[in-house]
Design a protein around this ligand. Structure first.
Ligand code: 13P
Length: 340
């Protein structure tokens, strides 16, 4: 493990004014996204879509890293440059999703555990040789009646820590992503209690597995009401609860926290990030690692049509810029009206 290489990569991922694009949708997930614009999920369509995002003029000013899916890390631009090399030249760090998705957790109805540890050491070596300098592993914790169980939280935190230790051994910075889902009808208070328990266990396991905190990035959910909650908390409450919860559990040695969007709308996700960065006293960089909140307007503008490729790029560059501004509390809702 090379501490200084890990630290330098982690610092680059959370560089001031920038954040991470999560473009690591698995084959199943990207199919769902393409279904929304009635586009068939062929390898060439996936390649074109990713090229549209990665080559969007101006976007790299606000993007520090991109998370690829395995297929994308092996793909090239139209002009034949590997996507990872193309981004590296722009100063954007290439990363790779390495988990193999979730499976039902034995003996725990309604709960899941993330798989993918077998063979991971060898896969990480190959990913490093293909240019990846950070990785992502997503654990999923659902909130409903009687769940999550401490069993589910424990096994998922344990897997995250084993993954993180293996990444660091390969000089790859682990993004540690314990996602508490916002799909339910739960209140923000319930989300805070669960996120508290999850982060406590995640950091206990990271310490047990000797993970070098300066060489990792945390990717948590925000503390937020469930999407079906009849009385959803406002933006200020989300920002305050999230920072309060993180301060209780995330050591200052962790260089940065890059939030997932998790089903928040694009503007909502930007507003929440902006409010958190307007509050004083956070020991870490607070930035974004959004998937849907960065991509949804671009996907809708593109519609899978070559003639709308540039329109898609503009929509993406706009969200990248507004989120970039939100990392320093300089975003304002009135900016949404400006042309893409
Ligand atoms: P969302 O921002 O769409 O939640 O995706 C982020 C991500 O990488 C989930 O693993």
């Amino acid at each position: 493990m090379n501490h200084s290489e890990l630290e330098a990569t982690a610092q680059a991922m959370v560089a001031k004014g920038k954040g991470i694009l999560a473009a690591d949708e698995s084959s199943g997930t990207i199919k769902k996204r393409f279904d929304s614009i009635k586009l068939e999920s062929t390898e060439e369509h996936r390649r074109t879509y990713r090229e549209m995002l990665f080559t969007a003029p101006g976007a790299a000013d606000y993007i520090s890293g991109v998370i690829f899916y395995d297929e994308t890390l092996r793909q090239k631009t139209r002009t034949g440059v590997a996507f990872a090399d193309y981004l590296k030249r722009l100063g954007v760090v290439p990363g790779i999703k390495v988990d193999a998705g979730t499976k039902p957790l034995a003996g725990a109805a309604g709960e899941v555990v993330t798989e993918g540890l077998d063979g991971l050491r060898d896969r990480l070596k190959e990913y490093y040789s293909l240019g990846a300098r950070f990785a992502k592993w997503r654990a999923v914790i659902d909130i409903a009646d009687g769940i999550p169980s401490s069993y589910c939280i424990h096994v998922n935190a344990h897997a995250l820590a084993r993954y993180a230790a293996l990444c660091q051994e390969a000089n790859i910075v682990p993004i540690v992503e314990p996602e508490v889902l916002m799909d339910g009808a739960h209140t923000i208070e319930r989300c805070e209690v669960v996120t508290d328990a999850v982060l406590a266990e995640v950091f206990a396991q990271l310490n047990l597995h000797r993970v070098y905190l300066e060489g990792m990035v945390l990717k948590p959910n925000m503390v937020i009401s469930g999407i079906k909650c009849p009385k959803r908390a406002g933006a200020e409450q989300v920002a305050e609860a999230t920072v309060r919860c993180l301060k209780r559990h995330v050591p200052a040695a962790v260089p940065g926290i890059a939030f997932l969007s998790g089903g928040q709308g694009p503007e909502e996700a930007t507003e929440h990030l902006n409010l958190m960065n307007g509050m004083s006293g956070s020991p870490w960089r607070l930035t974004f690692s959004y998937g849907r909140a960065l991509q949804a307007p671009a996907l809708a503008a593109w519609k899978g049509q070559e003639s709308l490729f540039v329109a898609g790029q503009k929509a993406f560059a706009k969200r990248a810029k507004l989120n970039g501004l939100a990392t320093s509390g300089r975003y304002h809702a009135s900016m949404e009206a400006q042309a893409a």
